[in-house]
Design a protein. Structure first.
Length: 330
């Protein structure tokens, strides 16, 4: 396993609700990251076709006018948009972590795709629990969406946004011995009065994840563009709830330290840092939450990683028949 390599985190606005242009922009950023020597590049949450900010600005009934177009611009696993991303990863010999809105027939899911430098999809996971208003648009994942993939350069895991506020979800990931974690964020300029939704608190979640799990964390972050504001904001009340900018991408080391000079919150670009896996050994020597610093005799996590489906094929189900013996008198 390569112990030292470069990794890139994207801070950029999506081509909002335009999947063709969005994939074009993604490929350009993949090429840019590869040209800077990165072995992996990570994109923000729902970056294709853009995080549906309208769900935070109006009532659900009002927002239905956006849904058809949004649904049509989401990615289906294995479709031509997905294939273009895989081809770009292969052609540029770089791993890609893509945050996207996944379309599965009539349902949508907040998802992340991990693509190898050979263009193979290593993982496609869904956010376990959409946050607050997200539940008006997206369905839920299940325990099979917790996984850490041995990619050759590192053991890589992914979570979205406020999954980093879920202690048990984080511990499940730590238990799989991550070395490089992707913490995907959509941007931080919605609801300016809500501190819990801002950059300071949420970057702290990424930073604490690095220190708790003793792993490197790539925290890509979206940006809200003026074109998105033109599409989203219809009145003064909505204008008070969202603004341009909101970028706050960062990369953290396994001791929690920031490794990059941040871009301004309106600026688009890449953050690139050197990843040295040997630093994890030192961090783990101080505190390994699933090893020498754990107390399983006191607290343990119960994790169900089985994929759950709405319909099960009876032919594949094992039916257990209990034998009953009736004894008669006489």
């Amino acid at each position: 396993m390569t112990s030292v390599f470069k990794a890139a985190a994207v801070q950029a606005a999506p081509e909002f609700m335009n999947i063709e242009a969005g994939v074009d922009k993604a490929i350009a950023l993949i090429e840019q990251a590869a040209s800077q020597g990165a072995a992996i590049v990570a994109f923000p949450e729902c970056w294709l076709p853009g995080y549906p900010w309208w769900l935070w600005l109006s009532a659900t009934a009002h927002n239905m006018k956006y849904f058809q177009s949004y649904h049509e611009n989401c990615i289906e696993l294995g479709d031509r948009h997905c294939q273009r991303l895989c081809d770009a990863a292969r052609d540029n010999k770089i791993m890609v972590s893509m945050g996207f809105s996944e379309r599965d027939h009539g349902s949508l899911y907040i998802a992340q795709m991990l693509i190898s430098d050979a263009g193979d999809i290593l993982q496609a996971r869904r956010k376990l629990k959409p946050t607050h208003m997200e539940r008006t648009v997206f369905g839920e994942g299940d325990g099979s969406d917790f996984d850490v993939i041995d990619c050759g350069i590192a053991r890589v895991g992914q979570l979205c946004c406020w999954e980093h506020l879920q202690p048990l979800s984080k511990y499940a990931m730590y238990s799989m011995h991550e070395q490089l974690h992707i913490a995907a964020w959509p941007s931080f300029s919605c609801y300016p009065e809500a501190f819990a939704l801002g950059a300071e608190l949420n970057n702290a979640l990424s930073q604490v994840y690095a220190a708790e799990g003793q792993c490197y964390v790539l925290a890509p972050c979206g940006v809200i563009s003026s074109q998105m504001i033109d599409m989203l904001v219809e009145n003064d009340e909505q204008a008070q709830l969202i603004s341009t900018g909101g970028g706050a991408a960062q990369i953290f080391g396994p001791d929690g330290r920031p490794l990059c000079t941040p871009l301004s919150d309106h600026e688009e670009g890449l953050l690139v840092a050197d990843i040295d896996l040997s630093a994890i050994t030192i961090a783990k020597s101080f505190a390994d939450p699933v090893g020498h610093y754990s107390r399983p005799d006191v607290t343990r996590l119960l994790l169900n990683r089985q994929a759950m489906t709405a319909v099960a094929d009876a032919a594949n189900e094992t039916v257990q028949v209990e034998e009953v013996v009736i004894e008669e008198d006489g």
